[in-house]
Ligand binder design. Sequence first.
Ligand code: SF4
Length: 272
Amino acid sequence: MSNPELDKLISDTEKYLQNVKTFYPFNIYIEKDIKPAAVKQYKEPIVEDVKVKYDAAPVEEIKPETKVVIEKDLFGNEVTVKEEWEFAETLEQMNEKICNCQNCALGATRTKFVFGVGNPNADIVLVGEAPGADEDKQGFPFVGRAGQLLNQILAAVELKREEVYICNILKCRPPGNRNPLPEEIVQCEPYLKHQLNLIKPKLILALGKFAADTLLNLNQPLNKMRGKIHHYSGIKTMVTYHPAALLRNQQWKRPTWEDMKQFKKLYDEIKK
Ligand code: SF4
């Protein structure tokens, strides 16, 4: 006999396990022919209670490090000259103004400029390191296998890619996927800050050690930066592994799942 409550419970559990499966390299099978009493016992999905540590870091205002040039006009008065993109009021305007950027050597070697993609009013911004080969070809961040895994990771905590914003610290691919150089970051990071000013997210998730190092400037192993709430430009920031690293290191999927649960919990609290 059909039991709607039991069917719903099984369906919810199935969905939950499919999400969790993203983080584990084994298959999960649902045994549906079980007694209601047994189901009741497992009514609460097996989720560890995650304690989020709160740092007492002060919330600063977002102050983009715009390039401000002081010049003298014909009458000897000092005038402030900003670059055009600094006046952009939307992401589209900003993209148009900087998509031909040649401020560092990567401008000459890129195939496509990778500005960022997603909801321009997102509460969450995901920040990676720099475009890889697929991103450089297509002009969008987190495409290819790492991008697919990122979609699954988001889905596992009931977030859709379309509701967040995704970008990188660098907008152009370093040749051979080498690490970005300090001078490239100095040139490119103001773009990220202006993007954040326009989006005004409530949370940032730094993907991978490089992004975390650049945003937080802590010079710590990634493992030490995980599980805590940091701040970047006044925005609460958490850290987890880069999806590309997870493809190479299956053992990091479990800690990533823990990070994502913490991140989602914080997001739910902020939304309330
Ligand atoms: S990496 Fe950034 S600073 Fe360098 S050329 Fe590309 S957009 Fe300009």
